[in-house]
Design a protein around this ligand. Structure first.
Ligand SMILES: Cc1cc2nc3c(=O)[nH]c(=O)nc-3n(C[C@H](O)[C@H](O)[C@H](O)COP(=O)(O)O)c2cc1C
Length: 360
């Protein structure tokens, strides 16, 4: 009898997805915009950064605990918001929320979840933050914020890099649609995403074009901040001037992100954008980074360059698809163990002692 392959790292989980999911769902989860230069560079940019490790630092006890947004976490890894987790596993967002509890971290739930936000927060004691896409219909946007607040979400994450959906050619070829048994549970009827494909669009791109507010400016961020009455983070910042504006507009934190290479192809990788942003923000507000985190050493590099935490998007989906809540927990455990070992080998006992001194 063949022994099952051991799941050693995130790439083993990524590979396992091909045997269990429909091609159009895999394409939706995996793909990036256009030629996928940014998608690939999110990974290769980490490989270009080298460590300059310190020695003789007593690393007999390495501690990955950290505090972020006033909360104690066992690891600096958050779950970035990803849409439609119901295609990866029947427990979808509920499994991810429960995994966040066991991993002692934070789940950022997408506007486009397949379970309603109330069920997600009720299923876990973890902090759940709500990721918001601002709709043209301002009342619909406010209703979403109210629902998130009543459901107990601890912060609002406004995604600012997606006035239109980047063109993901795989989704266009597949005319990607949400399977008929799944809903966009926080919003209107599923008819909105089952719109007939027009002009070679994916169903999702068409949905965005119709409903998402493309006119959003910093004035609207001020308005959303007033309405939210909870901490507000902006997700999708790459330019240091925008980071500076985020500070000036009093947001509570930013997420340096290019949406996993799914929006403007040719954009800078998140990790390459981080140093200038870190200088511009100058520790006035916390910075999280997502995009291309596949190894614990990537996390160490991001923290050394000024991020307080990182987010993982696709790796959560791979774990979820492999074995539900357990699979997501295993992903966090693998990354945290890799981070801990990398910290020890670079001479860092704890998260607070990480600085760019350990990088070339
Ligand atoms: C399948 C998929 C769906 C996503 N859905 C959302 C979303 O609904 N809202 C959002 O702000 N970002 C979304 N993102 C972007 C992620 O939050 C995150 O920025 C990105 O996945 C990080 O890169 P990584 O996948 O390399 O970890 C999505 C990404 C993927 C791969």
């Amino acid at each position: 009898m063949n022994k099952p392959e051991p799941m050693l790292n995130l790439f083993d989980f990524e590979k396992s997805m091909t045997s269990s999911l429909e091609a159009s769902a895999i394409d939706y989860y995996q793909s990036g915009a256009l030629d996928e230069h940014t998608l690939k560079d999110n990974i290769s940019a980490f490989q270009r950064i080298q460590f300059l490790p310190r020695v003789l630092k007593d690393v007999s006890h390495v501690n990955t605990n950290t505090s972020f947004a006033g909360q104690q976490l066992s690891t600096p890894i958050l779950f970035s918001p990803t849409a439609f987790l119901g295609m990866a596993h029947e427990d979808g967002e509920l499994a991810v929320a429960r995994a966040a509890q066991n991993a002692k971290t934070i789940m950022i739930c997408s506007t486009l979840s397949n379970y309603p936000i109330e069920e997600i927060t009720a299923s876990t004691q973890a902090s759940v933050w709500f990721q918001l896409y601002a709709y043209k219909d301002r009342q619909a946007t406010l209703n979403l914020i109210q629902r998130a607040k009543h459901a107990g979400c601890k912060a609002l994450v406004i995604t600012v890099d997606a006035p239109f959906l980047g063109r993901r050619e795989q989704d266009v070829k597949n005319q990607f649609q949400l399977p008929s048994h799944l809903n966009i549970a926080n919003l209107f009827s599923k008819d909105h995403i089952s719109l007939p494909n027009k002009g070679g669009h994916s169903g999702l791109a068409h949905y965005f074009e119709n409903l998402i507010d493309k006119s959003l400016t910093w004035r609207d961020i001020d308005w959303l901040k007033r309405e939210a009455d909870m901490p507000v983070y902006l997700k999708g910042i790459l330019h240091p001037k925008d980071a500076q504006l985020a500070v000036e507009h009093g947001v509570d934190g930013i997420i340096v992100s290019n949406h996993g290479g799914r929006q403007l192809d040719g954009s800078i990788s998140s990790i390459d954008a981080l140093p200038a942003i870190s200088r511009a923000v100058n520790k006035q507000i916390p910075i999280m980074l997502d995009g291309g985190i596949r190894r614990g050493s990537d996390i160490l590099k991001a923290l050394a360059l000024g991020a307080e935490t990182v987010g993982i998007g696709r790796p959560v989906i791979w774990g979820l698809n492999h074995s539900g809540q357990q699979g997501v927990e295993t992903i966090v455990n693998i990354l945290t163990a890799e981070l801990s070992l990398a910290m020890a080998l670079a001479g860092c006992q704890d998260i607070q002692s990480i600085s760019d001194d350990i990088l070339v």
